[in-house]
Ligand binder design. Structure first.
Ligand code: CAA
Ligand code: NAD
Length: 292
């Protein structure tokens, strides 16, 4: 059956932007630039930009070493990423992906800010893991231009992108976001809005099940080993280190509020304990495991 948004794509994506140059923002920038779509990568901290660019550099260097790319092509890809600390020039942007920390208030503030810097046509999207798109849209003057664009980590490898339709999202915004995901070589699916959308409604109850096993005394390393032996690429503790314990804690809160009957708990989970001990996972070298 034809979808209402299918014929609504209004233009080829010529320039994009990503807000936040962390694990996800850096990956989105790499992927977009590698597929030929130039973009601005904005962060609030120079350090964030350096991390995002260093990751892109590392991935591209590997491709050059394997002779899958020439040094000159690598230079072209890097030139397509423009690191920025301001919104200068954002008015020629076709689509923006917000990928800042998973904090509802920070996201609303950043979205309202960028809406002032873009033109009336620009589609704004959020890479939020869990926060309702309709709720985020309340911060905007043009909620019809806004939807979710949820990538998975690591962005260069994971094919799926959830495109999330909020209450006021237009078909045009969905179509442009789907077109951008396709241009990036991803497989977009359009899903309805609710906390966690589709994939994280499955993943976060899995993490909650893991937390219960740890509370009941099972060793997290053993759980990981069992899941790997079962055939998964990694167990939940290692995956939480990949995701980031800060992101996981914020996302858990949103899920517990959205689905209190399924996600509420009355004890401190291992995820929360590690976060409070500032063990954020691979991003700061220590989480369930040590990486230094
Ligand atoms: N960045 C870029 N490329 C990477 C990478 C990374 N972090 N990790 C691996 N790769 C590339 C490798 O370079 C390799 O490329 P080539 O084929 O060109 O050599 C390819 O991926 C396969 O890598 P490996 O041989 O090392 O294979 P692997 O068995 O380790 O598989 C993986 C890699 C598919 C990423 C696997 O580790 C995996 O499935 N991990 C789980 C990822 C996952 O579940 N992500 C979801 C997190 S939750 C989320 O994202 C949602 C949220 O809102 C929180
Ligand atoms: P991260 O902590 O690695 O990066 C966040 C970046 O945002 C940092 O560089 C920080 O300096 C920057 N930032 C903070 N406030 C900002 C602002 N006002 N303007 C611009 N930049 C700002 O986080 P991450 O893991 O990349 O997560 C980013 C988003 O992607 C979150 O919403 C998260 O839920 C979502 N997400 C994460 C994963 C994952 O596995 N890590 C997967 C899918 C989606």
């Amino acid at each position: 059956k034809a979808k209402s948004w299918e014929k609504k794509s209004d233009k080829k994506i010529e320039r994009a932007a990503v807000l936040g140059a962390g694990i996800m923002g850096g990956g989105i920038a790499y992927q977009s630039a590698s597929r030929g779509v130039p973009l601005r990568m904005k962060d609030v901290a120079r350090k964030g930009l350096d991390v995002g660019l260093a990751e892109a550099n590392k991935l591209l260097t590997k491709r050059v070493e394997r002779k899958k790319m020439t040094p000159s092509e690598m230079g072209d890809v890097l030139n397509r990423i423009e690191p920025m600390l301001s919104y200068d020039g954002f008015d020629d942007t076709d689509i923006v992906v917000e990928a800042v920390v998973e904090n509802p208030e920070v996201k609303r503030k950043v979205l309202a800010e960028v809406e002032q810097a873009v033109n009336a046509d620009t589609v704004l999207t959020s890479n939020t893991s869990t926060i309702s798109i309709s709720w985020l849209a309340e911060a905007l003057q043009r909620p019809e231009n806004f939807c979710g664009m949820h990538f998975f980590n690591p962005v260069p490898v994971m094919p799926l992108v959830e495109v999330i339709r909020g209450e006021k999202t237009s078909d045009r915004a969905i179509a442009r976001t789907v077109a951008y995901a396709n241009a990036m070589g991803k497989k977009p699916i359009v899903v309805k809005d609710c906390p966690g959308f589709l994939v994280n409604r499955v993943l976060f109850p899995y993490f909650a099940g893991f937390s219960l096993l740890v509370r009941d005394g099972m060793d997290y390393q053993r759980i990981d080993k069992v899941m790997e032996t079962w055939g998964w690429p990694m167990g939940p503790a290692y995956l939480l280190d990949v995701v980031g314990l800060d992101t996981a804690v914020h996302a858990e809160k949103v899920m517990a509020k959205g689905f209190p009957d399924r996600m509420q708990r009355d004890y401190q989970s291992a995820i929360e304990a590690l976060y409070e001990a500032e063990r954020l996972g691979q991003k700061n070298g220590k989480g369930f495991y040590d990486y230094q």
